[in-house]
Write a protein that binds this ligand. Sequence first.
Ligand SMILES: Cc1ncc(COP(=O)(O)O)c(C=O)c1O
Length: 411
Amino acid sequence: MSNVRPKHVPAVQFPVRDDCLQVGGMSLIRLAQRVGRTPFYAYDRQRITGRVALLRQHLPTEIHLHYAMKANPMPAVVQHMASLVDGIDVASAGEMKIALDTPTSSCQISFAGPGKADNELSCAIAAGIVLNMESEQEMERIAKLGNHLGIRPKVAVRVNPDFELKSSSMKMGGGPKQFGVDAERVPAMLVRMGKLGLDFEGFHIFSGSQNLKVAALQESHEKTIQLGIALARHAPGPVRLLNIGGGFGVPYFPGDEALDVAAVGKNLRQLMPEVKRQLPDARVVIELGRYLVAEAGIYVCRVLERKESRGQLFLVTDGGLHHHLAASGNFGQVIRKNYPVVVGNRVEGAEREIVSVVGPLCTPLDLLADRMEMSKAEAGDLIVVFQSGAYGLTASPTAFLSHPAPAEVLV
Ligand SMILES: Cc1ncc(COP(=O)(O)O)c(C=O)c1O
């Protein structure tokens, strides 16, 4: 049996010239010189623009595209994204501050997530953003805070549907969940909302993340729209917002196939006339994080040493799990699989070898590539982890072992 892991998913989004990866119109070597240190994350502006354009090409024109900035909250990325999309979803007061610094109108910013603190709610009410309420208690707190501030809060109900987004690696709806209000309890909540005098916007129905299966997304879109229409009958006013979630995935691992957005868009086009008939005032929103940024980003670290141990080769680098938890396999993976990793300044190389890429931490979990075939690297070479634009730096335990944080650049 081979000791080699299956080849990684092809990462073809960045060109290669003279065997060196090109990022943001320059060679990776030049970019590393420009940044001035390793490790770093680089996000490619053009790749982000292209991704939004691809979606616009395939989704019905009436769909509003929102960026879930939890995927990548770097302010420069959020600013760039704000010029491309119709709204931003935030998950904390910290993210809200970054979103409010963009030209996005506050009524196109929404705030979702369980456990919002009173202080966060008050700031959001004052900012005039839409609060996606995750529980009946949260609704009561919002009403009280709105009264206290003398401002009518804009609200939507985050609904925990009675179905799941199938084939999602992370499910946020269906069954018992800490997210949203169980669909069967929403009618009573809507009656109460009418009495509290909140400014009702509509519904937020987000069921899952990282989905590559068209059939699962289609089924979820159909059920989500039907649920929104059914709940609208109990609403204290017209539904002006129907956020049908997102969950569009990207390929990371061997065997993953890119999502067919054309097929997803075609099905949505067929569903739009019914939405228009039943909810004529509603703007339909799709809320995406990972799909918009993951493939536009790379993580770059430098080889410090080649090391051999009992027949296995290791490249010891200055980067690792503390900067990129997801690539180490410790952010939601059940069985560890390799992200796509290459030696960025010698992509094909003259010689190939089987090697593991590790970081400086004192734990065997600090593994960026496990026995992968790569070109032969030396100390000083640059290791690149693809698919790193989403849930990279801010989803990592940067304080662990007190190494410096990586740089971040938008190029
Ligand atoms: C409410 C909400 N919106 C959007 C997202 C973004 O999901 P993704 O990055 O998979 O598009 C998440 C992910 O956890 C979420 O919980």
